[in-house]
Design a protein around this ligand. Structure first.
Ligand SMILES: [Mg+2]
Length: 107
């Protein structure tokens, strides 16, 4: 599935299964909530925290939740994430061309 297809699939799902998109601000809060859930799994998997009884390491599920809400926000704000990701690659390639290679902390 391409990013464009993912944006279309989420839009189709919302139209078929939802009433409408949550407002942009509600979805922004939902995004923050999902990022927090992802952070919780990361902290317990790779950090110093441990899972409580009954919690599971659902890393992929939480990443997908973050992506889902981001796709919603892109759709409702008319952002083409494929184009924006291409621009981001270009920006990082120009700006960071030597930066990371010259970072002694990465060696
Ligand atoms: Mg979640």
């Amino acid at each position: 599935m391409t990013i464009e297809e993912a944006q279309q699939a989420v839009d189709k799902w919302i139209k078929e299964n939802g009433v409408r998109y949550f407002s942009e601000l509600t979805n922004m809060a939902c995004l923050a909530e999902e990022v927090g859930e992802l952070a919780r799994v990361m902290s317990r998997t790779y950090g110093d925290q441990s899972f409580k009884e009954g919690e599971k390491a659902n890393l992929g599920e939480e990443m997908a939740d973050v992506l889902w809400v981001l796709l919603c926000l892109a759709n409702q704000t008319n952002v083409n994430l494929t184009e924006e990701l291409r621009k981001s690659f270009d920006k990082k390639t120009i700006r960071d061309k030597e930066r990371h290679k010259n970072n002694p902390k990465l060696k």
